[in-house]
Design a protein around this ligand. Structure first.
Ligand code: CA
Length: 366
Protein backbone atom coordinates (compact mmCIF):
# COMPACT_ATOMS: atom_id res chain seq x y z
CA UNK A 1 0.00 0.00 0.00
CA UNK A 2 2.79 2.40 0.97
CA UNK A 3 4.69 1.58 -2.22
CA UNK A 4 1.57 2.23 -4.31
CA UNK A 5 1.07 5.62 -2.65
CA UNK A 6 4.64 6.60 -3.46
CA UNK A 7 4.17 5.60 -7.12
CA UNK A 8 0.88 7.51 -7.30
CA UNK A 9 2.39 10.78 -6.11
CA UNK A 10 3.39 11.26 -9.72
CA UNK A 11 6.07 12.68 -11.90
CA UNK A 12 6.86 15.80 -9.84
CA UNK A 13 7.73 13.78 -6.75
CA UNK A 14 9.79 11.42 -8.89
CA UNK A 15 11.69 14.31 -10.40
CA UNK A 16 12.34 15.75 -6.93
CA UNK A 17 13.64 12.38 -5.79
CA UNK A 18 15.98 12.35 -8.76
CA UNK A 19 17.47 15.66 -7.65
CA UNK A 20 17.82 14.77 -3.98
CA UNK A 21 18.83 11.12 -4.19
CA UNK A 22 21.25 11.43 -7.09
CA UNK A 23 21.61 10.28 -10.63
CA UNK A 24 20.97 6.57 -10.84
CA UNK A 25 20.00 5.31 -14.30
CA UNK A 26 16.26 5.13 -13.51
CA UNK A 27 16.22 8.60 -11.97
CA UNK A 28 17.76 10.05 -15.10
CA UNK A 29 14.91 8.71 -17.25
CA UNK A 30 12.27 9.95 -14.76
CA UNK A 31 13.83 13.37 -14.88
CA UNK A 32 13.70 13.37 -18.69
CA UNK A 33 10.00 12.41 -18.60
CA UNK A 34 9.27 15.21 -16.14
CA UNK A 35 10.76 17.73 -18.56
CA UNK A 36 8.06 16.95 -21.13
CA UNK A 37 5.27 19.56 -21.30
CA UNK A 38 1.78 19.31 -19.87
CA UNK A 39 -0.63 18.98 -22.79
CA UNK A 40 -4.45 18.99 -22.61
CA UNK A 41 -6.48 17.99 -25.64
CA UNK A 42 -10.18 17.64 -26.32
CA UNK A 43 -11.50 14.77 -28.44
CA UNK A 44 -14.95 15.16 -29.97
CA UNK A 45 -16.64 11.93 -31.12
CA UNK A 46 -19.53 10.66 -33.25
CA UNK A 47 -20.85 8.48 -30.43
CA UNK A 48 -23.08 8.38 -27.40
CA UNK A 49 -21.20 7.22 -24.32
CA UNK A 50 -22.99 3.87 -23.82
CA UNK A 51 -21.88 2.45 -27.19
CA UNK A 52 -18.88 0.17 -27.81
CA UNK A 53 -17.56 2.67 -30.36
CA UNK A 54 -17.06 5.31 -27.62
CA UNK A 55 -14.68 2.94 -25.85
CA UNK A 56 -12.16 3.46 -28.65
CA UNK A 57 -11.96 7.12 -27.63
CA UNK A 58 -11.71 6.17 -23.95
CA UNK A 59 -8.94 3.65 -24.60
CA UNK A 60 -6.80 6.31 -26.28
CA UNK A 61 -7.42 8.86 -23.51
CA UNK A 62 -6.74 6.39 -20.69
CA UNK A 63 -3.59 4.90 -22.21
CA UNK A 64 -2.07 8.27 -23.18
CA UNK A 65 -2.63 9.52 -19.63
CA UNK A 66 -1.08 6.39 -18.11
CA UNK A 67 1.93 6.32 -20.41
CA UNK A 68 2.75 10.00 -19.83
CA UNK A 69 2.26 9.93 -16.05
CA UNK A 70 -0.72 12.26 -16.47
CA UNK A 71 1.23 14.95 -18.33
CA UNK A 72 -0.68 14.50 -21.63
CA UNK A 73 -4.42 14.28 -21.07
CA UNK A 74 -7.19 13.94 -23.65
CA UNK A 75 -10.86 14.36 -22.71
CA UNK A 76 -13.34 12.53 -24.97
CA UNK A 77 -16.77 14.12 -25.53
CA UNK A 78 -19.99 12.48 -26.74
CA UNK A 79 -21.62 13.57 -30.00
CA UNK A 80 -23.35 16.90 -29.54
CA UNK A 81 -21.38 18.04 -26.48
CA UNK A 82 -19.00 20.14 -28.61
CA UNK A 83 -20.21 19.58 -32.19
CA UNK A 84 -22.80 17.19 -33.72
CA UNK A 85 -21.64 13.62 -34.31
CA UNK A 86 -21.22 13.92 -38.06
CA UNK A 87 -19.10 17.12 -37.89
CA UNK A 88 -15.97 15.63 -36.32
CA UNK A 89 -13.79 16.13 -39.40
CA UNK A 90 -14.86 19.77 -39.68
CA UNK A 91 -14.15 20.47 -35.99
CA UNK A 92 -10.68 18.87 -36.20
CA UNK A 93 -9.87 20.66 -39.45
CA UNK A 94 -10.92 24.03 -37.97
CA UNK A 95 -8.91 23.42 -34.77
CA UNK A 96 -12.06 23.67 -32.61
CA UNK A 97 -10.71 20.47 -31.02
CA UNK A 98 -7.27 18.90 -31.38
CA UNK A 99 -8.64 15.47 -32.29
CA UNK A 100 -11.80 13.46 -32.90
CA UNK A 101 -12.97 9.83 -32.93
CA UNK A 102 -15.28 9.00 -35.81
CA UNK A 103 -15.82 6.89 -38.94
CA UNK A 104 -14.22 8.34 -42.08
CA UNK A 105 -17.09 7.22 -44.32
CA UNK A 106 -19.34 9.84 -42.74
CA UNK A 107 -17.35 12.30 -44.90
CA UNK A 108 -17.59 10.67 -48.34
CA UNK A 109 -19.40 13.84 -49.43
CA UNK A 110 -16.03 15.62 -49.08
CA UNK A 111 -14.04 12.85 -50.83
CA UNK A 112 -15.65 9.53 -51.81
CA UNK A 113 -12.31 7.71 -51.37
CA UNK A 114 -12.63 8.14 -47.58
CA UNK A 115 -15.01 5.16 -47.73
CA UNK A 116 -11.99 2.86 -47.97
CA UNK A 117 -10.73 4.11 -44.59
CA UNK A 118 -13.82 2.63 -42.92
CA UNK A 119 -15.33 -0.20 -44.96
CA UNK A 120 -16.95 -0.62 -48.35
CA UNK A 121 -19.70 -3.04 -49.45
CA UNK A 122 -18.29 -6.50 -50.22
CA UNK A 123 -14.88 -5.28 -49.01
CA UNK A 124 -12.42 -6.58 -46.45
CA UNK A 125 -13.22 -8.21 -43.11
CA UNK A 126 -11.77 -6.65 -39.93
CA UNK A 127 -8.55 -8.65 -39.92
CA UNK A 128 -7.98 -8.04 -43.65
CA UNK A 129 -8.76 -4.35 -43.23
CA UNK A 130 -6.06 -4.07 -40.55
CA UNK A 131 -3.62 -5.93 -42.80
CA UNK A 132 -4.35 -3.51 -45.65
CA UNK A 133 -4.05 -0.45 -43.40
CA UNK A 134 -0.85 -1.39 -41.56
CA UNK A 135 0.98 -3.47 -44.17
CA UNK A 136 -0.74 -3.01 -47.54
CA UNK A 137 -0.24 0.76 -47.99
CA UNK A 138 -3.70 1.67 -46.66
CA UNK A 139 -2.75 4.22 -43.98
CA UNK A 140 -0.41 6.04 -46.38
CA UNK A 141 -3.15 6.19 -49.06
CA UNK A 142 -5.78 7.49 -46.61
CA UNK A 143 -3.46 10.06 -45.05
CA UNK A 144 -2.73 11.44 -48.51
CA UNK A 145 -6.42 12.38 -48.66
CA UNK A 146 -6.51 13.72 -45.09
CA UNK A 147 -3.48 15.95 -45.83
CA UNK A 148 -5.89 18.11 -47.91
CA UNK A 149 -7.80 18.75 -44.67
CA UNK A 150 -4.59 19.42 -42.62
CA UNK A 151 -5.40 16.25 -40.67
CA UNK A 152 -3.45 13.08 -39.85
CA UNK A 153 -5.47 9.95 -39.07
CA UNK A 154 -4.85 6.70 -37.22
CA UNK A 155 -7.05 3.59 -37.19
CA UNK A 156 -8.57 3.48 -33.69
CA UNK A 157 -11.22 0.77 -33.56
CA UNK A 158 -12.93 -1.90 -35.63
CA UNK A 159 -16.46 -3.26 -35.23
CA UNK A 160 -15.77 -6.56 -37.01
CA UNK A 161 -18.31 -7.81 -39.55
CA UNK A 162 -21.56 -6.01 -38.84
CA UNK A 163 -25.12 -7.27 -38.96
CA UNK A 164 -27.52 -6.64 -41.84
CA UNK A 165 -30.14 -4.67 -39.92
CA UNK A 166 -33.57 -4.96 -38.36
CA UNK A 167 -36.70 -5.40 -40.50
CA UNK A 168 -40.35 -5.27 -39.45
CA UNK A 169 -41.23 -7.87 -42.08
CA UNK A 170 -39.39 -10.58 -44.02
CA UNK A 171 -37.46 -9.58 -47.14
CA UNK A 172 -37.07 -12.57 -49.42
CA UNK A 173 -36.30 -11.04 -52.80
CA UNK A 174 -35.06 -7.82 -54.41
CA UNK A 175 -38.70 -7.05 -55.28
CA UNK A 176 -39.51 -6.99 -51.53
CA UNK A 177 -37.00 -4.14 -51.08
CA UNK A 178 -38.88 -1.84 -53.42
CA UNK A 179 -40.12 1.26 -51.61
CA UNK A 180 -38.96 0.00 -48.20
CA UNK A 181 -37.85 2.85 -45.91
CA UNK A 182 -34.51 1.90 -44.36
CA UNK A 183 -31.98 3.77 -42.24
CA UNK A 184 -28.62 2.96 -43.82
CA UNK A 185 -25.86 5.54 -44.46
CA UNK A 186 -22.87 5.67 -46.79
CA UNK A 187 -22.16 3.44 -49.76
CA UNK A 188 -24.41 0.71 -48.34
CA UNK A 189 -27.24 3.21 -48.62
CA UNK A 190 -26.30 3.99 -52.22
CA UNK A 191 -26.43 0.27 -53.06
CA UNK A 192 -29.78 -0.18 -51.31
CA UNK A 193 -31.09 2.85 -53.18
CA UNK A 194 -30.16 1.18 -56.50
CA UNK A 195 -32.15 -1.86 -55.35
CA UNK A 196 -35.25 0.29 -54.80
CA UNK A 197 -34.95 1.13 -51.10
CA UNK A 198 -36.06 4.55 -49.87
CA UNK A 199 -32.85 5.35 -47.96
CA UNK A 200 -32.96 7.37 -44.73
CA UNK A 201 -29.95 8.69 -42.82
CA UNK A 202 -30.56 9.17 -39.10
CA UNK A 203 -28.09 9.53 -36.20
CA UNK A 204 -27.89 6.55 -33.82
CA UNK A 205 -29.98 8.19 -31.11
CA UNK A 206 -33.01 8.65 -33.40
CA UNK A 207 -33.22 5.18 -34.95
CA UNK A 208 -35.27 3.39 -32.29
CA UNK A 209 -38.16 5.87 -32.22
CA UNK A 210 -38.35 6.08 -36.03
CA UNK A 211 -38.46 2.26 -36.31
CA UNK A 212 -40.83 1.78 -33.39
CA UNK A 213 -43.32 4.38 -34.70
CA UNK A 214 -43.18 3.01 -38.24
CA UNK A 215 -41.58 6.13 -39.77
CA UNK A 216 -39.05 3.62 -41.21
CA UNK A 217 -39.49 -0.10 -41.98
CA UNK A 218 -35.90 -1.18 -41.37
CA UNK A 219 -32.65 0.06 -39.84
CA UNK A 220 -29.06 -0.99 -39.50
CA UNK A 221 -26.59 0.15 -36.86
CA UNK A 222 -23.62 -2.07 -35.88
CA UNK A 223 -24.13 -5.49 -34.33
CA UNK A 224 -25.91 -7.30 -31.48
CA UNK A 225 -24.27 -5.41 -28.58
CA UNK A 226 -24.84 -1.85 -29.81
CA UNK A 227 -28.16 -2.64 -31.51
CA UNK A 228 -29.45 -4.05 -28.23
CA UNK A 229 -28.29 -0.87 -26.43
CA UNK A 230 -30.33 1.19 -28.90
CA UNK A 231 -33.33 -1.09 -28.28
CA UNK A 232 -33.79 -1.97 -31.95
CA UNK A 233 -34.88 -5.53 -31.07
CA UNK A 234 -37.96 -4.03 -29.36
CA UNK A 235 -39.01 -2.27 -32.57
CA UNK A 236 -38.45 -5.01 -35.20
CA UNK A 237 -38.36 -8.79 -35.11
CA UNK A 238 -36.27 -9.90 -38.11
CA UNK A 239 -32.51 -9.52 -37.69
CA UNK A 240 -30.72 -9.95 -41.02
CA UNK A 241 -27.14 -11.06 -41.67
CA UNK A 242 -24.48 -10.51 -42.83
CA UNK A 243 -23.88 -6.74 -42.95
CA UNK A 244 -22.39 -7.01 -46.43
CA UNK A 245 -21.93 -3.22 -46.62
CA UNK A 246 -19.68 -3.12 -43.53
CA UNK A 247 -17.68 -6.36 -43.31
CA UNK A 248 -14.98 -4.85 -41.05
CA UNK A 249 -15.56 -1.19 -40.26
CA UNK A 250 -12.55 0.77 -39.03
CA UNK A 251 -13.03 3.82 -36.80
CA UNK A 252 -10.42 6.56 -36.93
CA UNK A 253 -8.91 9.13 -34.66
CA UNK A 254 -8.38 12.32 -36.66
CA UNK A 255 -5.76 14.77 -35.42
CA UNK A 256 -5.33 18.42 -36.42
CA UNK A 257 -1.93 18.53 -38.15
CA UNK A 258 -0.78 21.75 -36.41
CA UNK A 259 -1.61 20.24 -33.00
CA UNK A 260 0.16 17.01 -33.99
CA UNK A 261 3.30 18.81 -35.11
CA UNK A 262 3.50 20.67 -31.79
CA UNK A 263 3.61 17.40 -29.80
CA UNK A 264 6.99 16.16 -28.55
CA UNK A 265 8.03 13.06 -30.50
CA UNK A 266 7.62 10.98 -27.34
CA UNK A 267 3.95 11.98 -27.11
CA UNK A 268 3.45 11.28 -30.82
CA UNK A 269 4.82 7.75 -30.30
CA UNK A 270 2.60 7.24 -27.25
CA UNK A 271 -0.50 8.51 -29.08
CA UNK A 272 0.15 6.19 -32.04
CA UNK A 273 0.61 3.25 -29.65
CA UNK A 274 -2.63 4.10 -27.83
CA UNK A 275 -4.55 4.33 -31.15
CA UNK A 276 -3.15 0.95 -32.21
CA UNK A 277 -4.25 -0.57 -28.91
CA UNK A 278 -7.73 0.95 -29.29
CA UNK A 279 -7.96 -0.48 -32.79
CA UNK A 280 -6.99 -4.01 -31.78
CA UNK A 281 -8.88 -4.01 -28.49
CA UNK A 282 -12.17 -2.90 -29.99
CA UNK A 283 -12.20 -5.70 -32.57
CA UNK A 284 -11.64 -8.32 -29.87
CA UNK A 285 -14.04 -6.72 -27.40
CA UNK A 286 -16.85 -6.46 -29.95
CA UNK A 287 -16.48 -10.13 -30.88
CA UNK A 288 -16.87 -11.04 -27.23
CA UNK A 289 -19.72 -8.63 -26.43
CA UNK A 290 -21.59 -9.44 -29.67
CA UNK A 291 -21.43 -13.17 -29.02
CA UNK A 292 -23.05 -12.66 -25.60
CA UNK A 293 -25.63 -10.17 -26.90
CA UNK A 294 -26.67 -12.44 -29.81
CA UNK A 295 -27.53 -15.21 -27.34
CA UNK A 296 -29.68 -12.79 -25.31
CA UNK A 297 -31.48 -11.50 -28.41
CA UNK A 298 -32.27 -15.00 -29.68
CA UNK A 299 -33.54 -16.02 -26.24
CA UNK A 300 -35.80 -12.94 -26.32
CA UNK A 301 -37.48 -13.90 -29.59
CA UNK A 302 -35.42 -12.15 -32.28
CA UNK A 303 -35.63 -14.05 -35.58
CA UNK A 304 -32.22 -14.40 -37.20
CA UNK A 305 -32.60 -14.33 -40.99
CA UNK A 306 -30.02 -14.55 -43.81
CA UNK A 307 -30.10 -12.33 -46.88
CA UNK A 308 -31.09 -14.46 -49.87
CA UNK A 309 -28.42 -15.24 -52.51
CA UNK A 310 -30.54 -13.23 -54.98
CA UNK A 311 -30.31 -10.09 -52.84
CA UNK A 312 -26.58 -10.61 -52.12
CA UNK A 313 -25.79 -11.04 -55.82
CA UNK A 314 -27.86 -8.03 -56.88
CA UNK A 315 -26.23 -5.93 -54.15
CA UNK A 316 -22.74 -6.98 -55.25
CA UNK A 317 -23.52 -6.14 -58.88
CA UNK A 318 -24.85 -2.71 -57.86
CA UNK A 319 -21.75 -2.16 -55.70
CA UNK A 320 -19.38 -2.78 -58.62
CA UNK A 321 -21.34 -0.34 -60.77
CA UNK A 322 -21.13 2.32 -58.04
CA UNK A 323 -17.36 1.75 -57.63
CA UNK A 324 -16.84 2.14 -61.41
CA UNK A 325 -18.83 5.38 -61.40
CA UNK A 326 -16.94 6.83 -58.43
CA UNK A 327 -13.59 5.84 -59.96
CA UNK A 328 -14.46 7.76 -63.11
CA UNK A 329 -15.71 10.78 -61.09
CA UNK A 330 -12.84 11.01 -58.57
CA UNK A 331 -9.12 10.38 -59.36
CA UNK A 332 -8.23 9.70 -55.69
CA UNK A 333 -11.04 7.09 -55.48
CA UNK A 334 -9.66 5.46 -58.65
CA UNK A 335 -6.11 5.43 -57.30
CA UNK A 336 -7.04 3.78 -53.97
CA UNK A 337 -9.60 1.44 -55.58
CA UNK A 338 -7.06 -0.02 -58.03
CA UNK A 339 -4.43 -0.56 -55.31
CA UNK A 340 -7.07 -1.94 -52.91
CA UNK A 341 -8.50 -4.36 -55.52
CA UNK A 342 -5.05 -5.96 -56.02
CA UNK A 343 -4.63 -6.30 -52.27
CA UNK A 344 -8.13 -7.80 -51.90
CA UNK A 345 -7.53 -10.40 -54.63
CA UNK A 346 -4.22 -11.42 -53.05
CA UNK A 347 -5.45 -11.63 -49.44
CA UNK A 348 -8.62 -13.50 -50.47
CA UNK A 349 -6.53 -16.09 -52.29
CA UNK A 350 -4.52 -16.64 -49.11
CA UNK A 351 -7.44 -16.46 -46.65
CA UNK A 352 -9.50 -18.70 -48.95
CA UNK A 353 -6.84 -21.36 -48.43
CA UNK A 354 -6.12 -21.03 -44.72
CA UNK A 355 -9.05 -19.29 -42.96
CA UNK A 356 -12.06 -20.22 -45.08
CA UNK A 357 -11.42 -23.96 -45.23
CA UNK A 358 -10.67 -24.09 -41.53
CA UNK A 359 -13.67 -21.92 -40.54
CA UNK A 360 -16.06 -23.87 -42.77
CA UNK A 361 -15.09 -27.05 -40.96
CA UNK A 362 -14.75 -25.64 -37.44
CA UNK A 363 -17.85 -23.42 -37.37
CA UNK A 364 -20.21 -25.86 -39.06
CA UNK A 365 -19.93 -28.02 -35.94
CA UNK A 366 -19.31 -31.20 -37.90
CA1 CA B 1 -23.47 -0.01 -39.74
Amino acid sequence: MKRRQIINTGAIATATAALTVGCTKSNKSSSAAASLPRVRWRMTTSWTKSLGTFRGAETIANRVKEMTGGRFTITPFAAGEIVPGLQVLDAVQAGTVECGHTASYYYIGKNSALAFATSVPFGLNGQQQNTWLYHGGGIEAINKIYADFKIINFPAGNTGTQMGGWFKREIKSVADLNGLKMRIPGLGGEVMSKLGVNVQVLPGGEIYLALDRGAIDAAEWVGPYDDEKLGLHKAAQFYYYPGWWEPGATLDVLVNLDAWNKLPKEYQAIFKTAAFEANMNMLNEYDFLNSEALSRLLAGGTKLTAYSPEIMQAAQKATLEIFAQKASDNPSFKQIYEQWQKFKAQINTWNGVNELTYNNFSMSGK
